[in-house]
Design a protein around this ligand. Sequence first.
Ligand code: ZN
Length: 428
Amino acid sequence: MSHTSLINEVRNKISGLSKELMEVTSRLVQFPTVVPPGYIDECVAYAQSYFQQRGITTTIHQHVERKPNLCATIPGKKPGKVLWLGHLDVVPEGDHAAWKHPPFSGKIAGNRVYGRGATDMKGSCAAAMIAATVLHEIAQGEHPTLEVWLTADEEIGGQDGAKWLAESGKFQGDVCLVGDASGGSRDRPTMELGCKGGMATVIKAQGVTAHGSQPYLGSNAIEKLLAVIPHVKKIGEFPLDVPTELEPVIQASIDFLLEDPSLTPKQRDGTRRLYHYPTVSLNIIQGGVKRNVVPDKAEATFDIRITPGCSITRVRDRMLELLKESGVEGITADINTGRGGFYESPSHPAVVQFRKTIQLVLGKEPLMKLSTGGTDGISVHHIARIPCVTYGPIVPGVAHTPNEYVTVENLLNAAQVFAAFPLVYTKE
Ligand SMILES: [Zn+2]
């Protein structure tokens, strides 16, 4: 069978599976795989039996109890190996009263599946399970080997999931399709070339304790911290050295976000600066022990995000200068420069072939963007050194919120693209 007719056959087969896509998503959602603690063993057992019942080989790679990572393999006769990566852990569901349907009901209503994890990213995992099954049934190995990885701990950095798998050499392949993203719509598909990364920063103030009745005898760490914070925030005005090849991708990402009509002028301004300057968010503040004790310790934790390809050490050096310029004494900083983001060049063969896949399946060229939030692609790209493309059925704006849902249209698009990519991908 020719290449294109195989892709058509796979696509047609999947277009008849919308009910199964919704049902498998619903089943996955019904396992409350909330992290912490992030136990996914029962959910993995379900996915494993799903694959096994369809004659697909699976292996388990487990670092800690109750956090098995599952790999399902569709052997191919063509050279190379394509990985698909997703996670089964979900963030806490929050107040149940805020949910229209119980968060772990996996309620199917109309063309939507509701529940914690429906969009981020059990819907995507269900789409990959069905894509792999259809490929297994139809393609008879006329593709490179496909491995579908369903993993733990993404929402906490992948420590016993993708990060551990990458560090321990379990990921071996030529390209990785990360399913943790929005793929836009059929009319206007989108893909991501990578994601921003963090420069987690903890600013610590050291003072001298004293009795609260004679504060002049001490040196108040909270006041020092408050004095230094405006200087730390100035890092948000430091222009980043964005790689030239990313400028069109960044512009497309900004334009895409600016289409949201609900943005206020201030939010629009923040969106325009999003990739050319670091974002700075003061997210934890700690200090003080008692009303009548002058505090000798206080600390502030900042989430600082940087566009991939930009020098993190440049940003760190500027931060150290800002701290010095502040003139506040007793300040130290823990700056983590190790978790940068990543991107693949728009001209990378993996990107070119993935664009072609979307074009063949959905009939439209995808818009190329960069994600603002991190994904497990960071571990795959930096540690396993496998190029990553990112695409999935996530509904924008609903991840991590009450009444999270995914639509059957998004599931169908994703399953078709996931199944077609191994058919298109050719190892160079
Ligand atoms: Zn996710």
